[in-house]
Write a protein that binds this ligand. Structure first.
Ligand SMILES: Cc1cc2nc3c(=O)[nH]c(=O)nc-3n(C[C@H](O)[C@H](O)[C@H](O)COP(=O)(O)OP(=O)(O)OC[C@H]3O[C@@H](n4cnc5c(N)ncnc54)[C@H](O)[C@@H]3O)c2cc1C
Ligand code: SF4
Length: 507
């Protein structure tokens, strides 16, 4: 007699997942399923699908070794179910358990699907985060404006991370001002740990190549870890080799250097192989041991304890309609260059090529290159959202959508970001070496060879003037625009229009 059927999703690969912690291998059965609906609701990067399927297969093996009965549905199995609900229905029909339980998925779409599933799924909250839904709602309640920094300070106090009594370690909550150095090639030494695919991964790679080989993205050179043991090794490697200078070079970008001091640990945290608590604890311990300076430890912990938790809080607070927000009413189709079409803009070409090859780009590339360009060019945020959700190995809607729709595209009207993250080419030039050797000239503001970011920046500000002119953080740029000679302004706008008219769109 089976007591419970326990559903474990592809991003819930944590041994201490609430439903496993409360489960009993003697009485309960675990269900895991690779299904077409999940693998195909956006054209996921093949490396992302391979990461998830391989990690799922390894996790199922580990559960079996721990005494669990695991019913595992493979995508290429006989009569594979199309959906998670379909897999549950098969097992329930077979075992007639007393109940079906699951940890709440990180996506409204799947929550709805489980709620509608005829087997009746009892969902429990995902407690792998610092802040529960209630904690975030209580924090947000009654505030006129939600800002990450205030939430982060409360999380610091509550977690005790980097605290000296009731004060922040080193006397400051935030060391961001020290974290804005452009990268120098001579300083590069480290990169994330790589792993050789084992037989399970090879089998998954063949399956993914066969079924999803047409999706945007290369499957060659798959080096992600796929077990908790590997993810833990990747974490120690990051803390030893990349974290010490993480702070200094957090925003830097260099051609042919996709990682710099970034650890690519989001892929492990987001599927459950690492917990945010152990990642933050490892960074704090390295700082306590004197191996990592405070600006790096704080900068890194803020990304996880602050941004990651805050972003998740917003996703669940704002509800299912949030992802469709389009405050600025932008409607252009996504340019074809996002899917790899030729472009002369080196920054975009580099960021997209790296995304295609690695299913990875670091934060500033996502925010200030691909995100910035889409916002300046007036692209429909729903299409931008779908692109980010598809192409990055760490993309799950709870974390991707508020970053894209909110932080990057300002489509939520300022919930996540108090002003839009837009810049001309000069920011990209300052933080990267992309501009040297680009077909466009970053120093040319208008006329022959002008960097498109320079033209589109003013075009964006001009077309959204009514909305942003009153924003106190944008007053200075509007007065610079107003001080420009009328004919120069007209020329900039007209060249920006010509550029936009020439943008090829579509896949
Ligand atoms: C448009 C856009 C889309 C994004 N989509 C995703 C996504 O789908 N999944 C995702 O995990 N992150 C997303 N981010 C946030 C960030 O870019 C990635 O977390 C980061 O690039 C992951 O690489 P890393 O692990 O090497 O980061 P590192 O810089 O080495 O480490 C920082 C860690 O902090 C966390 N973090 C940092 N910034 C954020 C943030 N803004 N939101 C949430 N967590 C953060 C991540 O877990 C990350 O592992 C997005 C950002 C933007 C601007
Ligand atoms: S010149 Fe402009 S388009 Fe070229 S790399 Fe620099 S910012 Fe990008």
């Amino acid at each position: 007699m089976v007591r419970r059927v326990i559903l474990v999703l592809g991003d819930q690969l944590s041994p201490d997942l609430a439903v496993l912690r409360d489960g009993d291998p003697e009485q309960d059965v675990v269900v895991m399923a690779e299904v077409a609906d999940e693998a195909g609701y956006v054209p996921h990067h093949p490396k992302k699908i391979a990461l998830i399927f391989s990690a799922m297969r390894h996790f199922a093996e580990e559960l079996r070794e721990g005494g669990w009965d695991v019913r595992y549905f493979r995508l290429d199995g006989d009569e594979a179910p199309r959906s998670i609900c379909g897999a549950l229905m098969r097992v329930v029909q077979d075992l007639s358990p007393e109940e079906v339980v699951a940890v709440e998925p990180g996506e409204w779409r799947l929550i709805d699907a489980l709620e509608a599933c005829p087997v009746g799924v009892r969902m429990v909250e995902d407690d792998r985060f610092y802040a529960s839904h209630k904690r975030f709602e209580d924090w947000a309640d009654g505030r006129k404006e939600l800002r990450m920094e205030w939430f982060y300070r409360e999380m610091r106090r509550e977690s005790g991370l980097l605290m000296e009594g009731s004060d922040p370690a080193g006397g400051k909550w935030n060391y961001d001002k020290e974290n804005r150095k452009p990268a120098e090639r001579s300083l590069l030494q480290a990169k994330p740990m790589e792993f050789t695919p084992d037989a399970i991964t090879e089998e998954v790679l063949a399956l993914v190549g066969d079924r999803f080989g047409e999706n945007f993205g290369s499957l060659d050179g798959f080096v992600f870890g796929v077990t908790r043991g590997q993810a833990r090794r990747a974490l120690s490697h990051f803390v030893k080799t990349q974290l010490p200078e993480f702070g200094d070079y957090q925003d830097a970008m260099l051609r042919d250097e996709p990682f710099l001091n970034h650890g690519v640990l989001s892929i492990y945290m987001n599927i459950g192989l690492l917990s945010p608590r152990e990642v933050c604890a490892a960074a704090e311990a390295a700082w306590k041991a004197g191996d990592v300076p405070i600006n790096s430890a704080e900068g890194f912990i803020r990304q996880i304890l602050g941004w990651r938790e805050y972003i998740r809080g917003i996703y669940f607070l704002k509800g299912p309609d949030y992802v469709a927000s389009n405050t600025l009413e932008q409607g252009r189709d996504l340019p074809a260059l996002y899917w790899g079409a030729e472009t002369d803009m080196t920054c975009l070409r580099e960021a997209v090529a790296q995304t295609r090859d690695l299913a990875y780009a670091h934060h500033i590339q996502r925010l200030m290159v691909t995100g910035n360009f889409a916002l300046l060019a007036g692209v429909d945020p729903a299409q931008v959202h779908e692109w980010y959700l598809a192409v990055y190995a760490d993309a799950f809607e709870w974390v991707e959508a508020p970053n894209t729709v909110g932080m990057s595209q300002w489509a939520d009207g300022g919930v996540v970001a108090s002003k839009p993250y837009v810049s001309s080419g000069s920011y990209i030039n300052k933080m990267s070496d992309y501009c040297s050797g680009c077909a466009y000239s970053v120093d040319t503001k208008v006329g022959e060879g002008a960097c498109p970011f320079n033209l589109l920046y003013w075009h964006f500000l001009d077309r959204h003037r009514d909305r942003f002119k009153g924003n106190r953080r944008m007053g200075v740029v509007y007065s610079s625009w107003d001080k420009m000679a009328e004919d120069k302004r007209r020329q900039i706008l007209s060249e920006a229009e010509d550029f936009l008219d020439g943008l090829e769109t579509g896949y």
